[in-house]
Ligand binder design. Sequence first.
Ligand SMILES: [Zn+2]
Ligand SMILES: [Zn+2]
Length: 133
Amino acid sequence: MEVKNCKDCGRLFNYLGGNMLCPECTRKLDDKFSDVKQYIYDNPQASIQQVSEEMEVSIGQLRTWVRQERLEFTEASLVGLNCEKCGAMIRSGRFCLNCKGKMTETLKSVYKPVNESSKKASDANGRMRFLDN
Ligand SMILES: [Zn+2]
Ligand SMILES: [Zn+2]
């Protein structure tokens, strides 16, 4: 068991992984999250800035939730969230679909030469691709 200082209130707590927050602050953050979610549900046109101001939550925190794919903004409120790679507007996560696709391709091409070095491995690779499709 590890003891750490809470990132928010500075209190010492037993760190169990995940957020650097004490149980009290985690609970508060979860309450806040429910409120924010409800607010976005009621105000689907609200921008990330507006949500931040109305709900008194930092844009950084909102982005964290979006990046964790716990929150999703509607088309109308895309302001402020961009793909980390190409800067395209995204609704959730860290990358746009385009870049996610490209990254998968890159991953495949990185592994390809290794697989092609032996015929057996290359067969296995072909089978894996087949399963992918
Ligand atoms: Zn705390
Ligand atoms: Zn992108």
